[in-house]
Write a new protein. Structure first.
Length: 277
């Protein structure tokens, strides 16, 4: 019995102020094991009636909160066992500051990820635009969001970019989006004919939704052309670039058939010869 007491009372010294006994180490280990079981039970109790999507979000957030709980339990247990935790922090202050600065971006990513999961500004399947890049979201984690671009490339987005950049969610109001194609025609062209041809070109695409129908806007009297914009609706904005390209091909073909020219910018240059004095 005395040997056990002697063993438990044996301590490891770290400097003059920090002394950790074997008994303290055992208590800390037992406290962490007990906390682990309690946290697992709590997670199962909370998530058993949650929908699948909400359950996955909670598990992601809970994973990081669990480690925070472990750290708090570790420190409280050490302090309760007589270990001078304040001295440990004082001795490692410079190290903790350095680690904090190094992990600053990581913490920003995690905080942003929690905000995304809680306020549900982005969902899996949404088409988003960030910093000029467009992709369909396939996975949302606490640190990063993964999206697949139109070229089938995986775009890994650090979540802290959501805090510092404007995010465009193309599909938050539904899968249908309004897209457009602009074109200019020569002055003197029959504008009603242009309008009908633009509508015809749009309706020729099978990817365009019939309701609401396409709309043609006479946008401006340009320097070299009459400028038009035809607006139409798609139910898959991820294919907008392909659909716009097909419509431009059709517009070009229809304009050629009807002798409508698409002008290019022109400048008149006048040369004046200086008279000799």
């Amino acid at each position: 019995m005395d040997k056990i007491k002697t063993f438990l009372s044996y301590s490891f010294s770290f400097g003059d102020d920090v002394h950790i006994s074997v008994q303290t180490i055992i208590v800390v280990i037992l406290a962490l094991i007990l906390a682990s079981y309690l946290l697992r039970f709590s997670m199962k109790l909370i998530t058993r009636k949650l929908p699948k999507n909400d359950k996955e979000k909670f598990v992601s957030v809970f994973g990081y909160l669990r480690w925070l709980a472990y750290i708090i339990i570790f420190l409280v247990t050490m302090q309760s066992s007589g270990v001078n935790v304040t001295a440990i922090f004082a001795a490692s202050a410079a190290l903790l500051i350095g680690v904090g600065l190094a992990l600053q971006t990581l913490f920003q990513d995690i905080i942003s990820g929690i905000f995304i999961l809680i306020d549900q500004s982005v969902h899996v399947g949404d088409i988003i635009e960030l910093e000029g890049k467009v992709g369909r979201v396939v996975e949302i984690k606490l640190r990063t969001t993964r999206a697949v671009t139109i070229n089938n490339k995986v775009l890994v987005i650090p979540n802290h970019l959501y805090l510092t950049n404007s995010l465009y969610n193309w599909t938050e109001n539904g899968e249908e989006t309004r897209e457009s194609v602009t074109v200019g025609v020569a002055y003197g062209t029959d504008v009603q004919l242009v309008k009908s041809l633009l509508i015809k070109a749009v309706n020729s695409s099978s990817k365009v939704i019939s309701k609401p129908g396409p709309t043609v806007y006479f946008t401006n009297f340009g320097d070299s052309a009459l400028e038009f914009k035809v607006v139409f609706t798609l139910n898959n904005s991820f294919e907008a670039a392909t659909t716009q390209s097909d419509i431009r091909f059709k517009i070009d073909a229809l304009f050629r058939e009807n002798k409508i020219s698409i002008p290019f910018p022109q400048r008149d240059v006048h040369l004046y010869q200086q008279k000799e004095v």
